[in-house]
Design a binder for this molecule. Structure first.
Ligand code: GLU
Length: 305
């Protein structure tokens, strides 16, 4: 960790001064209320050493980053059966696209686009007694952090503006790949997206994908090594919408972004690093977040390649 601190700090200040050509997401009205000046970075090593700069301790809307947590819980319930309902191929299309679903007969390309996450939410609803409470409890156990919670305002804001998600969910239902009530699935999905965490909290909760020996504070293993490897593989190939190739090319780590401006990147066996800067590039990924991580893995020569 000591070696990384100065590098993180130097790159942070270098990127902070770069002219940000991105735009804050405003299709979810509540997200547009966040100040675009926020910029934070936090790294946590598998030895649980942590280092943060800037707004690393401030909670923000993790949005699609929650798709990794919902996938993890569904994978625990379903094992390999899960892949009958959701594929593991990059989509090459925007995160909220309806296009491929028609040809693919309602089977989403992967669990990290909205269509895939809706099916994952449907699967969780079939397994959980109280989906919202149980999912939150799972996240709290994973991070040993009882303060984690949903942001009610963000969830409601998505609900009234989520026309594409409503269309997606109904469309998938028409193919029979949503088993529960569409409103129930959408409601649960919107809440999962509204989870709030800081860069520090995110870099802690995702340690289970970096550390093969990770167990929760209750002594539970989250995923087997083989399953964690598979989730990391999907993160590398599908974690950044239709810019996943670009992220692998420039940064070289498995990771996931969200339209709240957060990016989580994982170096298996080493660390988890999280950047938050709300302005997004045209593909929906944090402009400064990607820039920071590109410089970071280059300077530290610590990509997986
Ligand atoms: N809640 C957002 C949506 O459904 C998530 C998008 C994202 O972060 O990629 O549009």
């Amino acid at each position: 960790m000591e070696n990384y601190k100065k590098i993180i700090e130097d790159i942070y200040f270098e990127v902070k001064n770069v002219n940000d050509i991105g735009k804050v997401a405003n299709y979810i009205p509540e997200l547009a209320t966040v100040s675009s000046d926020n910029f934070g970075v936090n790294m946590t090593s598998i030895k649980k050493e942590s280092f943060g700069v800037g707004n690393f301790d401030k909670k923000f809307s993790i949005q699609s980053i929650s798709k990794v947590l919902s996938l993890t819980l569904a994978y625990r319930f379903e094992g390999a059966k899960l892949w009958n309902r959701v594929d593991v191929e990059p989509s090459g299309n925007p995160f909220n696209s309806l296009l491929q679903l028609e040809a693919d007969l309602g089977k989403p390309r992967n669990p990290f686009i909205n269509a895939g996450a809706l099916v994952i939410c449907d699967i969780l609803i079939s397994h959980l007694k109280n989906p919202k409470e149980d999912f939150l409890a799972f996240c709290r156990e994973l991070s040993n952090n009882p303060t984690l919670s949903y942001n009610e305002k963000v969830a409601q804001s998505e609900k009234i503006s989520g026309f594409r998600n409503i269309a997606l969910c109904n469309f998938i239902k028409s193919f029979g790949n949503i088993k529960n009530n569409v409103e129930t699935v959408l409601d649960f999905y919107f809440y999962t997206c509204s989870l709030e965490m800081s860069c520090k909290e995110l870099s802690e909760i995702f340690l289970f994908l970096a550390d093969d020996n990770f167990t929760t504070h209750k002594g539970n293993k989250v995923l087997t090594m083989s399953r964690a490897k598979r989730v990391n593989a999907i993160l590398l190939t599908c974690g950044f919408y239709d810019e996943s190739g670009e992220f692998a090319f420039r940064v070289g780590l498995p990771g996931k972004s969200g339209v709240g401006g957060g990016i989580v990147a994982i170096h298996p066996d080493k660390y988890c690093i999280v950047v938050w800067s709300p302005k997004l590039n045209k593909k929906g990924n944090s402009y400064k977040g990607m820039l920071f991580l590109e410089k970071f893995t280059t300077k530290t020569a610590s990509s997986i390649f």
